[in-house]
Design a protein around this ligand. Sequence first.
Ligand code: BJW
Ligand code: ZN
Length: 258
Amino acid sequence: MERQRLVEWLTETRRVLAFCGAGVSAESGIPTFRGSGGLWEGHDLEQVATREGFAADPALVWRFYAARMRRLPDVRPNPAHLVLAEMERAYPACLTVTQNVDDLHERAGSRALVKMHGSLLQTRCTGCGSVRAVVPGELNPDAALPRCDCGALLRPNVVWFGEWLDPSHLRRIDRFLRDATRAERPVLLVLGTSGAVSGGYGMLERSIAHGFRVVEVNPEETLLTGLADLSLREPVGALLGEVWPAVRDRLQSRDEQS
Ligand code: BJW
Ligand code: ZN
């Protein structure tokens, strides 16, 4: 029944916003953060994902991130990433906002993409602020910690606890929400996120205020479930992979009729 409703809403809509969390990359084999087997297990949050932690022990933080960076070539986009990239081409307006720092959305082909929490593939200088691509030699922090030409330490270009999001990202999301009209029957897809960080940045509340229908896809209930109009308790890759072909066919026959 829920699947049927999802197919209907995705067929009616002309504007889709996807808000993604670690669960979107789970079926690619990247562990989520929270819960058993999660990335934080065995790591103290304060130690590896705050400025204070980095200042106290940069080698520990670099070991944590270098291990995750080194694993990226071994993982592949799953149907969730691939369907989101296809949606970008299928809808007049479509934006993917991800909290994930892996590169699987890009590798799947997403271009209208906001990477809220930065990227594992980049470093940022703690001195001069310059951002650049990670180079393989930097992924062995036990040999030497990566440094900028200016001499200061490089850090992963990600957003740690207590840090602010890039305001240009927030403006882009706001514009996408503000541009929505009721006639577009806009849909927010909330995919594989626990909402534990800053309540999902108020994404659901703000989308609802702009007339979006909210669909959550997550095997577990979350802090955000109460705000969703529709909840599908399924793994997102499997679900989107199965549901999307029907939506795509209907969208195509609608376009042919109009
Ligand atoms: C599946 C699935 C499948 C599994 N299919 N689903 C005091 C001082 C300073 C700040 C604060 C403060 N008090 C509160 C704050 C705010 C703070 C915060 O939220 N703290 C709380 C933890 C208490 N937030 C911040 O500091 C943030 N900054 C901020 O809010 O600035 C102000 C601001 C507000 C509003 C607008 C603009 C600005 C910054 C936080 C940055 C967090 N960064 C991290 C680390 C990034 C680098 C790295 O990767 O190492 O980002 S933390 C971690 O959590 C990571 C994730 O992106 C983020 C979200 O987690 P996510 O993705 O939801 O993963 P999980 O593991 O929690 O959930 C996975 C879900 O998937 C589960 O529900 C599963 O069921 C599901 N799942 N398999 C579908 N197959
Ligand atoms: Zn520098």
